[in-house]
Design a protein around this ligand. Structure first.
Ligand code: ADP
Length: 417
């Protein structure tokens, strides 16, 4: 091993630095550039450690202390990274050994990764930094998906970086499913409206009784489409604001009072079963008034819809600890079986689609609630017992620091609204 890093060593580092910058410029992530940088530096150091910068040396030639240091550096990278020299795996970090097996160091890289697309790429010439990554399906598990990115150091060492894309692919699938579901939900009432328009245009339209009945059905279907479009717009607006915390101080008790009054007025006989209470002197919540109103409408609306007719629906707002406010909405309906509960906030997930549609549901209400709660840095809990009813709890942070508000609050005070 030389006593210092000579001109060629410095040249190697410059090439590596340029390669990392090229990876970044080529539109890949900062993380990919960092891996290219660490991998490239490691390759140059290994070459210097072996005393031969341009010849691929045997791995054992590198000074053990240098190798151990590099190994430690590599192990700190969370994603699998391999250094490949002369077609064999020279260095593999912990994540790579966990994924591909401890035996891979020293193996032919095509045997270590065992994937036809990877083998083909690894057998080919050095890729340009801008060259697209390739997708590997099934490495490490049938449902796992990886992206293999390749870099090359000045001495011919290749840096193989595997990026886990399982989560990103699942999110993409969810997006595609969402578009398919939304189109299907819109197409059904639209097909019904078009069918009735056609029927009314011929002789059936001349009968006043038939015409009135068909027009009523068409109106209902159009309203169903309208509710769906409004919920889709709400969902996309809330998602667009996801990372912007709402900051307006909201008097939640007053909002609960006004939403309860609206639901009582609009809810017919069922509206009279709604009982709302709130602690007095509750400090404000930092929020978005339109979104919190929508949350109350959706949750109380569900409790009224799915609760048994004639049984009470209670909506209670109270302080929790020093910095939180808790909203509890309870009904005495048929309840929800435990296996459905974790999926209720998925878009278009319904326990009983026919019942939901018959009651005017869109299947988006709880997905909207979940996004509103997340944006308000709150928490949503759904508890239910089959045959007994459902309780939904939303916990939200108060907007003021606890020290300013504690004296105003008289614990246990409650006001009927
Ligand atoms: P929907 O428009 O269908 O009501 P939501 O997203 O609000 O959609 O709710 C999803 C599903 O969760 C509903 O279809 C229903 O099956 C179930 N659900 C929601 N709230 C309740 C409740 N209070 N009691 C029983 N089931 C409920």
């Amino acid at each position: 091993m030389g006593s210092g890093i000579g001109f060629r060593g410095v040249g190697g580092f410059v090439v590596v630095l340029l390669a990392a910058v090229a990876v970044l410029v080529a539109g890949q992530s900062v993380q990919a550039a960092a891996v290219a940088l660490v991998g490239g530096v490691a390759a140059v150091l290994l070459a210097l450690g072996s005393g031969e910068e341009n010849v691929a040396p045997a791995p054992a030639d590198a000074a053990p202390a240098l190798r151990a240091g590099l190994q430690e550096l590599f192990d700190a990278i969370a994603e699998p990274v391999l250094l490949v020299r002369g077609g064999g795996v020279d260095l593999a970090n912990r994540a790579a050994r966990t994924l591909l097996g401890e035996h891979i160091v020293g193996e032919d890289v095509r045997v270590a990764i065992r994937h036809p697309a990877a083998a083909e790429r690894l057998a080919g010439p050095d890729p340009a930094p801008s060259e697209g990554a390739i997708a590997l399906v099934g490495v490490g598990g049938l449902d796992q998906q990886w992206e293999m990115r390749l870099g090359a150091a000045s001495d011919g060492t290749r840096i193989v970086h595997l990026v886990d894309t399982t989560g990103a692919r699942a999110a993409e699938r969810m997006r595609v499913d969402f578009v398919a579901n939304a189109s299907h939900e819109l197409r059904t009432p639209l097909a019904s409206i078009l069918g009735f328009v056609e029927t009314l245009s011929d002789s059936a339209g001349e009968d006043p009784a038939i015409r009135t009945r068909f027009l009523r059905i068409m109106g209902d279907e159009a309203q169903r489409m309208q509710r769906l479009v409004e919920d889709l717009i709400s969902l996309s607006r809330i998602e667009a604001d996801k990372y912007r915390a709402p900051s307006t101080p909201i008097d939640l008790a007053a909002l609960v009072e006004s939403v309860c009054a609206e639901l009582r007025d609009a809810g017919g006989a069922r509206g009279q079963d709604l009982a709302c209470t709130a602690d007095v002197d509750l400090p404000p919540v930092a929020g978005d008034v339109a979104q919190l109103s929508q949350l109350l409408h959706n949750l109380a609306g569900n409790a009224l819809k799915y609760g048994r007719a004639g049984t009470p629906v209670t909506l209670r707002l109270e302080r929790e600890g020093t910095g939180l406010v808790r909203l509890t909405i309870a009904d005495q309906g048929d309840g929800i079986s435990p296996e459905h509960i974790p999926r209720l906030t998925e878009r278009f997930y319904r326990v009983d689609a026919g019942r939901s549609r018959a009651l005017g549901g869109t299947g988006l209400g709880l997905a909207i609630v979940k996004h509103i709660v997340e944006r308000h840095r709150g928490r949503l809990d759904i508890a239910s017992r089959s045959g007994e009813g459902t309780t939904v709890t939303v916990t939200l942070p108060l907007s003021q620091p606890p020290s300013q508000t504690v004296s105003q609050f008289r614990n246990g005070d409650a006001a009927g609204l």
